[in-house]
Design a protein around this ligand. Structure first.
Ligand SMILES: CN(C)[C@H]1CCc2nc(NC(=O)c3cccc([C@H]4CCCN4C(=O)Nc4cccc(C#N)c4)c3)sc2C1
Length: 421
């Protein structure tokens, strides 16, 4: 507590919070708050309190918006992906010429479906993981309508597109599966379960090495490594039986749900389709719930005993699923140990199965074409008569890893104090 602490120390503690990018009262969060208030009070000019606030702060917050990194700093080049609440576009930063992937999430869609909390894990994992296996977040910013994430562009494209275009040999499958195992271990070591591991979320950089992207379904494990959740997440084909069950009851599960999805991914790479594919959603659910009877291997496709053994070790009941006792037992499986091309420590420097062919830094040929929406007019917030606080859920989202200016000035001041002391 601050009892008895003198004001200088209390001010120093406050400064520490304000310059820490992980703190909810960091500079970016405080600036978000003022801007959110001006957005939310814009429609309330009839009410004196809001009118006074708006007329006082609209100018200053416009100055803030213009000086922070924002949408106009980037030139859109091409849409490269689409998700439930928005798109990902290849963009180029005007000042540096550097290309990035920019994800746009619609605030209106999120508020309409009261689904405006999932993006925090994605933002924090990509901003702070500092891992080669995870797509890096360079900036996050927002305006009245959208959230924006400026991330690494991955010109090698996603593995779904790669699987559509190439036959995958067992040694190539071993390489990609191994890189997924290491990427997943990085996520688990950060304390998260991914819950939607699938080739759509596996992207290749310019050298052909893998990174995970799209962390909207990630959830923090509790102290005993478990998650209690009733929301069924994930894509049917890759979803584990225990998550399916959690739809009806409050499910309790651990990181082993992700190892199940790795089994589905490995099966798909080697056998050309997912193991529990069915025409209908409910058909797939049924096959997954009865996976003991439904897991089959087409006779005509050659498959090594090690590959088959690893797939069966993942696509089994969670109580005996490989990976339950940690990533070590996955790495030690014969499918990974009987070869010489790479070691677990050197794989990210090893040669890759497919080197992406890139004509320029804005080459998007390794992504499938995305049809533009029919230009359906974007729905927007109705101007409300009362303060509904639409913007409150998004305060603290903005992030810039160039927080330095504030830090430097502060540490410089400390430095000067030291000098004068
Ligand atoms: C139901 N609730 C609880 C939530 C569960 C989780 C969740 N995730 C969402 N997510 C989205 O709405 C969304 C928007 C754009 C792209 C993408 C992905 C899917 C297609 C590609 N993509 C993606 O993130 N690509 C990406 C990412 C990073 C770098 C590069 C590159 N190069 C590309 C997802 S909406 C939503 C609802």
């Amino acid at each position: 507590t601050t009892i008895g602490k003198d004001l200088t120390q209390r001010t120093r503690q406050l400064e520490d919070y304000i310059v820490d990018p992980r703190s909810f009262i960091c500079v970016d969060s405080l600036l978000d708050s003022l801007i959110a208030l001006t957005y939310d009070s814009e429609g309330l000019k009839k009410t004196k309190n809001f009118d006074t606030f708006f007329s006082k702060f609209n100018g200053p917050t416009r100055d803030i918006r213009e000086r922070r990194i924002n949408f106009d700093d980037f030139e859109p080049i091409k849409i490269i992906g689409r998700g439930a609440f928005g798109t990902v576009d290849l963009v180029r930063r005007k000042t540096s010429g550097q290309v990035y992937a920019m994800k746009t999430l619609s605030k209106f869609e999120m508020l309409k479906r009261s689904d405006s909390a999932f993006f925090w894990e994605e933002r924090n994992i990509m901003a702070f993981s500092n891992s080669d296996w995870i797509v890096k977040l360079h900036y996050a910013f927002q305006d009245a309508k959208n959230l924006y994430m400026i991330m690494d562009y991955m010109p090698g494209g996603d593995l779904i597109t790669l699987l559509e275009r190439y036959e995958i040999s067992e040694s190539s499958a071993r390489f990609y599966c191994a890189e997924v195992v290491l990427a997943l271990d990085a996520i688990h070591n950060l304390g998260y379960i991914h819950r939607d591991i699938k080739p759509d979320n596996m992207l290749l950089d310019a050298r052909g090495h893998l990174k995970l992207a799209d962390f909207g379904t990630c959830v923090k494990m509790d102290k005993d490594g478990l998650v209690r959740s009733d929301t069924a997440v994930g894509t049917p084909d890759y979803i584990s039986p225990e998550i399916l069950k959690s739809q009806s009851t409050i499910g309790v599960y651990g990181r082993e749900v992700d190892w199940w999805s790795v089994g589905v991914f490995l099966y798909e790479m080697l056998l050309g389709e997912t193991p529990f594919y069915a025409e209908s959603l409910v058909g797939t659910y049924h096959k997954i719930m009865n996976h003991r009877e439904n897991l089959a291997f087409p006779e005509e496709i050659p498959l090594s005993t090690e590959a088959r053994s690893l797939i069966c070790a993942f696509l089994t009941d969670r109580s005996i699923r490989l990976g339950k006792n940690g990533v070590g037992e996955v790495k030690a499986h014969p499918f990974f140990t009987n070869h010489t091309e790479w070691t677990w420590e050197t794989i990210r420097k090893a040669s890759v199965p497919i080197v992406p062919s890139l004509a320029s830094d804005e080459d998007t040929t390794n992504f499938n074409e995305i049809e533009n929406t029919d230009g359906s007019p974007e729905e927007t917030f109705s101007v409300s008569k009362t303060f509904v606080g639409n913007q409150l859920s998004f305060i603290g989202f903005s992030f810039s890893n160039e927080q330095q200016p504030f830090l430097d000035r502060r540490s410089m001041s400390t430095f000067n104090n030291l000098n004068n002391s």
